[in-house]
Design a protein. Structure first.
Length: 445
């Protein structure tokens, strides 16, 4: 396997396990290897577009084990607690056959109970699978309403089947609290490791899992952190206190950065609502598109896209200069003509689409491919994306293209099907980030 961040985390997890002097250390390392192998072979490695990939699984395992190790040192947790924490964290999103990116805890525990290799490893480690499943069920989020009622009922069933917790309210309460500890470590994990740019990348992937519009990413992220810090303050403080200062600082810096971004969004929205700020679309000449200043401006916006949507990672500048590329920019009417977004695409034959996506029109020179529309953070939700898309479609129509194709979230494509000549070409699961086609002769979209 290639060396990726997740595999660096694997080494850190192994070192942590070594410090705990676990008797069945070989078995726990087998669990680690098996989990990575399953995620990679099921297409859920680091390159998977969704949030819940192998990196997330290992981040949560590392943070939960790191915090649990400290709590064991100060005798808040016992030896077996850290072993259960490790195992439940490692398997908490173990849903390789998922139909949507967001794992369903019921599906996870069902898969674990049926996977022979996992059951064998859990038995080798002399752990109770019922307790592991109860801890995983407690990671359901948010722990209110329907997301609490059914998992809580299933947890009680697990406790009744376990010889360790059956008819033992004290033990049950202990493992309920350990599950809460894991749940908070799950939500802190990815945002405590790495800098804010990595945190934003995770937020964008998480937005995809919940099918949020780009305009909701910062607002919903702020709500996510405020709920964690306010509604679960006790456990949040406990988990953060158990982490090294650097990781605590990373997490709090990320929270503050999202809150600052939200303030900037409100300031931008206020300018459009109350200060008569406007934007306009512009079709730029090849000469202008060749300037370094222009290319740098678009590149900086392009880099704000989630990495799997950066479809021309190694030839972006070259594609801007290409005469066959259709390109329109969104600019502020601020005296400086500041570029805040763009729509860009070219002949379908210029692109290598995701694995499994096949287009019958490839090679016929009749289809224009629209790359994911890009805009600066803070400007989503103001109507600029729709305007860019319409101008791009008009330009494609004037160049005699019959079809336009692109990727979008399934719900958004379905919304357009009622009023536009739109059809699904390939529906991609579990991402629901689907490839669709528009018949341009059926009307401008």
């Amino acid at each position: 396997m290639k060396e990726i961040k997740g595999h660096l985390l694997k080494n850190k997890i192994q070192k942590l396990l070594d410090t705990l002097e676990i008797e069945k250390i070989v078995t726990y390392n087998k669990m680690l290897d098996y989990t990575i192998e399953i995620f990679e072979t099921q297409g859920l490695g680091s390159d998977y577009y969704g949030y819940h990939n192998i990196d997330h699984e290992l981040e949560v395992t590392y943070i939960a084990l790191l915090a649990g190790t400290w709590e064991r040192k100060i005798q808040k947790l016992g030896k077996s607690d850290t072993e259960y924490l490790f195992t439940a964290a490692l398997f908490h999103d173990f849903d390789p056959q998922k139909s949507v990116d967001r794992p369903h805890e019921e599906s996870v525990v069902r898969f674990i109970s049926l996977d022979r290799e996992l059951k064998k490893l859990i038995d080798e480690a002399e752990l109770d699978i019922e307790i592991i499943m109860a801890l995983i069920l407690r990671t359901s989020y948010p722990w209110t309403g329907e997301f609490k009622i059914q998992p809580e009922k299933r947890m009680k069933e697990c406790f009744e089947r376990s010889e360790i917790t059956r008819n033992n309210p004290e033990k049950q309460a202990h493992y309920e609290e350990l599950g809460w500890f894991l749940s908070v470590a799950d939500r802190i994990g990815g945002y405590a490791i790495g800098d804010f740019s990595e945190a934003m990348e995770k937020a964008k992937k998480n937005a995809h899992a919940f099918a949020w519009h780009q305009s909701s990413i910062v607002r919903m992220s702020v709500n996510y952190f405020e709920t964690l810090l306010n509604n679960e303050a006790q456990m949040c403080r406990r988990v953060l206190h158990a982490l090294p200062q650097e990781l605590r600082k990373n997490f709090m810096d990320t929270v503050l950065s999202f809150m600052n971004l939200r303030q900037e969004e409100i300031r931008i929205e206020s300018k459009f609502e109350y200060e008569n700020q406007k934007f306009r679309t512009k079709v730029d000449s090849l000469e202008e598109r060749s300037s370094d200043e222009y290319i740098n401006a678009l590149t900086s916006i392009y880099k704000e896209l989630p990495r799997p949507l950066q479809l021309q990672k190694f030839g972006f500048a070259k594609s801007i200069r290409d005469p066959s590329t259709i390109l329109t920019t969104l600019r502020l009417s601020d005296g400086n003509d500041t570029i805040i977004g763009y729509a860009k695409g070219g002949p379908l034959e210029n692109y290598q689409l995701y694995a499994g996506v096949k287009d019958e029109n490839f090679g016929k020179q009749n289809t224009i491919f629209l790359e994911p529309i890009s805009m600066k953070m803070g400007y989503w939700g103001l109507g600029g994306g729709n305007r860019l898309r319409k101008v791009f479609s008009l330009l494609a129509n004037t160049k005699r293209y019959r079809y336009m194709t692109s990727f979008a979230l399934r719900d958004l494509i379905q919304q357009k099907m009622g009023s536009e000549n739109v059809e699904f070409v390939t529906m991609i699961d579990p991402e629901h980030w689907d490839y669709y086609r528009v018949d341009l002769l059926g009307g401008i979209v």
